[in-house]
Design a binder for this molecule. Structure first.
Ligand SMILES: [Zn+2]
Ligand SMILES: [Zn+2]
Length: 208
């Protein structure tokens, strides 16, 4: 697969195949997250001296997140990748402590439904064992075609890209634990709800 973004000319960025390997399959969401991360990393590297300064905010919890983790090295666990699941293909690459960042958001013309309106129903038929053998063979080709359409188009055509100024501190210091009054399990203080008779974890609040 050839890319408009030409990963070879930016040796510090892992190729798309690495993201596919990490994610477990090739899919349009991964291509979108990969391309956004590629754009974000190129911008960051002209502004920072050290990867530890990178903070990424992703506005979905889908396939693209795995591409972000592969390319930027930021992870949910290390607190430098913030997930806000708004269901949007928006990726913001921030320089920690400065408020400066690059916001990369998918244009509506490049959503999967616009690139291949029949894909969602085909995927549903394939996963429901209702597709013809021809359709089953066709599915991976259509997915690859969409990925190509995204990755082989100039970044500023696929995305709205703009510099932003917004303060994100990332995750704060560990809050310490309390014990849930209902289930007796330890829970981070900042995730528990304080009631008159003690703290409650969120599953217990819901089931209470
Ligand atoms: Zn995927
Ligand atoms: Zn509980």
């Amino acid at each position: 697969m050839g890319y408009q973004i030409d990963p070879e000319s930016h040796g510090f960025i892992l190729p798309f195949s690495s993201a596919v390997q990490f994610h477990g399959h090739i899919c349009p969401g991964l291509a979108i997250g990969y391309y956004a991360s590629h754009i974000g990393m190129r911008w960051l590297h002209t502004h920072i001296s050290d990867n530890s300064e990178i903070l990424v905010m992703v506005e979905n919890a889908g396939c693209g997140v795995d591409a972000v983790q592969t390319v930027t090295g930021r992870t949910v666990g290390n607190g430098n990748l913030i997930l806000c699941d708004y269901g949007k293909q928006v990726y913001t690459f921030l320089i920690k402590g400065t408020g400066r960042g690059l916001r990369v958001s998918l244009k509506s013309e490049f959503t999967v439904d616009r690139l291949d309106p029949g894909l969602a129903s085909l995927q549903a038929r394939v996963s429901g064992d209702e597709a013809t053998p021809e359709e089953v063979v066709d599915l991976p080709h259509r997915i690859e075609r969409i990925c190509r359409a995204i990755l082989e188009t100039p970044g500023d055509v696929v995305f709205d890209i703009r510099e932003v100024n917004e303060e994100h501190r990332g995750r704060g210091p560990r809050a310490g634990d309390v014990v849930c009054a209902r289930c007796g399990e330890p829970v981070s203080t900042d995730r528990a709800k304080k009631e008159k008779d003690g703290y409650y974890c969120q599953p217990c609040q819901r089931n209470g």
